[in-house]
Design a protein around this ligand. Structure first.
Ligand code: HEM
Length: 222
C-alpha cells in the first residue's frame, strides 16, 4: 500500500496507472460496441442481450462497480496530471513530450475527456439508471434506445459523445502505447497510424448505429 502510494506520487506512476485504467476502459468500449451491434438485428435482439447481462446478477454488479472505479481513478489521475503540468511548466513539457507529437487531439485531450464524462452521465441516466429504478420507459430497452437516439436532442448528444470518444481515443491509444514502452522513434509512425486506425474503427462502429437507425433500419430495428 505504501509502495503504491509512493508510486502514485511520481508522474511516471500516475501516467502508468492512467494508461492501465484507460486500456481497461477501452476494453469495455469494444465489448459495449459489439453488444450494441445486436440492434442491427432488431430491438428484441438488444433486449435479449441486455437480459443475458442482467442474468449475470452479482457478477454484473461487481463489473459495474469495477467500471465506475476505473472511470473515477482515470479521471482523477488525468485531472491531477493536467494540474501538475500547468503548475510546474518544465514538468509539463516533459509529460507532453512523453505523449508524442502535439496534435489537435492531444491538445484537446482534457476537453474531449470532460465532454465524454458529461455524455456518460446523460447516457447512463438515459438507460442504466432508469432500468435499475424500474422505470417503465425502458421496459422495452431496445425501443427506448431507438427513440432516444433518433430524437433531435438525442441525436446531437449521441453524435457529440461518439465524436468526443473518437478524438479522445485517437490520442489516448498512442499515449498508452508510449507509456507501455513502445516509444522507440522507429515505432512512432506505426504507433500513430495504429492509434488513428483503431480510434476511427471504433468511432465509425458507434456512428453506424444512429446512422442505421435514422436512414435504413428504424422499421427493421423494431
Ligand atoms: C450508439 C451508441 C450507444 C448505444 C446504442 C448504447 C447503448 C447502451 C445501453 C442500451 C445501455 C444500458 C445497458 C443495460 O442497462 O443493460 C448502455 C450502458 C452504458 N454505456 Fe452505452 N451505448 C452507446 C454508446 C456508448 C459510448 C460511446 C460509451 C462510452 C464511451 C458508452 C458507455 C456506457 C456505459 C459505461 C454504460 C453502463 C454500463 C453498465 O452499467 O452496465 N456507451 N449503453
Amino acid at each position: 500500500m505504501h509502495a503504491l502510494r509512493r508510486f502514485l506520487d511520481t508522474s511516471v506512476g500516475r501516467k502508468t496507472v492512467l494508461a492501465i485504467t484507460g486500456m481497461s476502459l477501452f476494453g469495455f468500449v469494444v465489448v459495449h460496441l459489439l453488444g450494441n451491434f445486436t440492434l442491427f438485428s432488431g430491438t428484441e435482439a438488444l433486449n435479449e442481450y441486455a437480459d443475458k447481462l442482467e442474468a449475470l446478477g452479482p457478477v454484473l454488479i461487481v463489473a459495474e462497480v469495477g467500471l465506475l472505479v476505473l472511470f473515477v481513478v482515470h479521471m482523477g489521475l488525468a485531472l491531477s496530471l493536467n494540474r501538475q503540468s500547468r503548475e510546474a511548466r518544465p514538468e509539463g513539457y516533459r509529460l507532453r513530450a512523453n505523449m508524442g507529437n502535439s496534435t489537435t487531439a492531444s491538445r484537446s485531450m482534457l476537453i474531449t475527456g470532460l465532454v465524454l464524462g458529461v455524455f456518460l452521465v446523460i447516457h447512463i441516466a438515459d438507460f442504466r439508471i432508469k432500468k435499475i429504478m424500474g422505470n417503465p420507459d425502458v421496459a422495452d430497452l431496445g425501443q427506448a434506445v431507438v427513440d432516444r437516439i433518433t430524437s433531435p436532442i438525442g441525436l446531437v448528444i449521441y453524435l457529440g459523445g461518439i465524436i468526443a470518444l473518437g478524438l479522445h481515443l485517437r490520442h489516448a491509444l498512442q499515449s498508452a502505447f508510449q507509456t507501455f514502452g513502445l516509444s522507440h522513434p522507429r515505432w512512432t509512425q506505426n504507433v500513430r497510424c495504429a492509434s488513428v486506425a483503431i480510434a476511427t474503427l471504433i468511432t465509425l462502429g458507434f456512428l453506424s448505429i444512429p446512422l442505421y437507425l435514422l436512414f435504413i433500419g428504424q422499421g427493421a430495428a423494431s
